[in-house]
Write a new protein. Structure first.
Length: 161
């Protein structure tokens, strides 16, 4: 026998088995509807129990928020990046989108170049700003080291470690 003949016989056998199963279910539905619908309900209930029982009751561990204090020294560190050299953007207004073009920095001088501060730079907290119901979401900082010493701006509180 060839593979095609074997495949055809297998398909025919599967169709025949499915037809018999379907006819048995329809006979059960006509002769004993309570048993039929009870079985269907049992299968649905079993599926619901399986879907609802997954997972663990223990939530994922979260790092507690650090209580930042105005006047204290911290360092800038972005917890959302592994790239050590990615700068943290200081903005003039809390909540401002920090979209910028690198080519413009050369023309605007020191003020604009001091808006991107390297991670690990020591800073002092000056003020806080709440946002969207989250207390102290933004932090006004003053840079304490490097060529941008004395520059102030706003960063996200998660960037202060």
């Amino acid at each position: 026998m060839s593979n095609e003949e074997n495949a055809k016989k297998t398909v025919d056998a599967a169709k025949q088995t499915a037809g018999k199963l379907f006819s048995l279910m329809m006979d059960l539905k006509e002769k004993k509807p309570k048993v039929f619908f009870g079985a269907v309900g049992g299968v649905v209930l079993l599926l619901i129990i399986i879907m609802m029982s997954g997972g663990d009751s223990n939530p994922l561990p979260q790092t507690p928020a650090k209580n930042l204090v105005a006047g204290q020294r911290y360092v800038l560190k972005n917890p959302n990046t592994y790239e050590v050299e990615s700068p943290i953007q200081l903005v003039a207004v809390p909540g401002a989108i920090a979209a910028f073009d690198d080519s413009e920095d050369e023309e605007k001088g020191k003020v604009e170049s001091c808006r991107r501060i390297a991670q690990g730079t020591p800073i002092t907290i000056v003020d806080f700003q709440d946002f969207a119901g989250k207390k102290n979401a933004f932090v006004k900082v003053q840079v304490e080291d490097g060529e941008c010493k004395g520059t102030t701006g706003w960063v996200l509180a998660i960037d202060v470690q």
